[in-house]
Design a protein around this ligand. Sequence first.
Ligand code: SOE
Length: 391
Amino acid sequence: MKKLNVGLVGAGFMGKAHVVGYSNMPKFFWPAPAMPVMKTICDIVPEIAEESRERFGFEKSCTDWHEIINDPEIDVVSVCTPNNAHAEITIAALKAGKHVICEKPIAATLEDAKAMAEAAEEAAQKGIISMNAYQYRRVPAVDLAKKFIDEGSIGKILNVRCTYLQSWSADPSSPLSWRFQKDIAGAGTLGDIASHVIDIAQYLAGDIDEVTGMMKTYITERPVQEGGVDLLGTVKLGDNAEKKPVDVDDEDSFLVKFKSGAVGSIEATRNAWGRNNFITVELHGTLGSLYFNYERLNELQVCFANDPDDRRGFKTIYTGPAHFHGDVTWNIPGMNIGYGELKAIEMYEFIKAIAEGKQPSTKLSVGYRIERVCDAVRKSAESGCWVKVED
Ligand code: SOE
């Protein structure tokens, strides 16, 4: 079986998620399209780099990502750094002939996103695969929703209502990590999580054409955090810690018009107590409705207009062996999958794309279009007007 040597940059939360994906992929998908080999892990903090090498089973560690790009033995690069480093690393890796999976949002600026999509296009001509890690469209229940839509089971889509609500930054004493700094993250909630539901909305209902919305920052300063670790609100730094300003959005609410004529809304916040990974998508069509909530990710609710009046209502389909990759995960319905299995599915799609020489569905141009939707939301929040998404 062909082996692919992996170089991973950024050993934080998403670095761990990629390792879980690579190492579990062959356990589910066998024979695997190719075998990922954990070759080199890079983190700018030397202790984290070395600890992660041991913990995640890499052969080597380093603190300078150029070592990975310049290593002829590396076939695949995982970019799991904060957003402002995505472009430089991804473009260098693609130019060096490596296949790349880059975390979302694609970049911290629209210019970087464009440059990355162009570099991906150029590399694709030479058979290089690249992918943006928008994994939630690969949840089996979301895949099933897509199937219902493509089969015409809910008719013409009229309305798409999405939310992505989390609570981890609701406490003002949680730290000012890079996720609250515009020069590193590019955006707050908009790039971090609204981007995920923009992806799902466009995947299910086609391109968004125009938006109008609001962006709001409630917690305008946070305690400074040392060390660069992505604490995601798990640590409270207390009232006496030095505070610095937050210069990104906490909350975004916007209305959308799709090219198809459908309309809808998207709301996102990381400050909603009680909502943890509350990704919801509800679609109403001329023949029925679909509803998905990630907090119950093994379920899809469906309602069909043609059911008799006295029987019509939402019913719940539990995903399992009969659904997307369910034949290889767990073979009894109701055993369910979670975030770890989802990352294995994502890595399967990536490694299969490399083995077959076909770009995956979330190629970098998809990430670039999501950025253009985000840019339109930003402009609309400033002007108070409807803004067209750049084509
Ligand atoms: C934090 O909001 C975060 O880790 C996001 O960055 C991820 O994209 C999301 O999947 C989970 O939450």
